[in-house]
Design a protein around this ligand. Sequence first.
Ligand SMILES: Cc1cc2nc3c(=O)[nH]c(=O)nc-3n(C[C@H](O)[C@H](O)[C@H](O)COP(=O)(O)OP(=O)(O)OC[C@H]3O[C@@H](n4cnc5c(N)ncnc54)[C@H](O)[C@@H]3O)c2cc1C
Length: 240
Amino acid sequence: MGAAGIKGSRGHAAGEPFWARSWLPRRRGALVDFDLDETTQALERMVREFADRSIRPRAAKHDKEATFPTEVIDEMKALGLLGLMIPEDYGGAGLSTLAYSVAIEEISRADAAVGVMASVHNSVATYPVLLFGSEAQKARWLPELARGERIGAFCLSEHASGSDAQAMETSARREGGLWVIRGTKMWVSNGEEAGVYIVFARTPEFEEPGASRRYSSRCAAINSRERTSTAVRSATSSAE
Ligand SMILES: Cc1cc2nc3c(=O)[nH]c(=O)nc-3n(C[C@H](O)[C@H](O)[C@H](O)COP(=O)(O)OP(=O)(O)OC[C@H]3O[C@@H](n4cnc5c(N)ncnc54)[C@H](O)[C@@H]3O)c2cc1C
């Protein structure tokens, strides 16, 4: 996938890579380098071989029977494909976002549903803990996510809020020293199989009165086995 192989469609000179065009915006003086280093190339080969051997032959059956590909997930755990971007200190592979994308591309080539499962687990279900979690929360959740002992899920969308996440109605209030979450989420990938759910909720008690469409939200990691939760981080956003 070298950068020179990616061509744009704006009629530029033959052989000229699209990123060399002068009209492309430059951010911080450089564009992303899409050349794959040796580690990422080895990952690409390994995942492609695994996907062709183990994922593709089972894809039609899982689609037809609407079943979760448990045996495929077990093999992915063994290969370390469920902790791609989690730092090595927490038991993950510590790979880059580009390497993660290459792995998801190869998995999705064989079965898009397994690609979504792996993507949600490795990115949106893991990243909030990695970026915003306390050290104790990282130590609590990341090793189990990296080993795939718990599958991660990400719960943002609702019946009337998709792209416009601010329209979400799920709320979280503190009651008697606990956070009580009320609401209904939809389209939760890995929903029935997950062991950790990252749930987004409005926190009305922190909303600023009088400011139109200003809201406060929190995200919590829900432990499905022990039915406990920890607030990952509070965040205040504004749509004004
Ligand atoms: C395979 C799959 C897996 C999913 N997994 C999850 C999951 O794990 N967790 C989760 O929370 N959600 C999940 N979702 C839901 C997904 O995140 C939402 O479908 C997505 O946010 C879009 O919301 P929507 O379907 O309500 O569409 P809408 O938000 O109603 O958008 C409809 C169309 O309008 C366009 N549009 C929206 N707003 C604007 C705007 N301001 N300007 C111009 N165009 C706009 C959109 O691009 C789109 O084409 C999943 C969806 C799919 C398909």
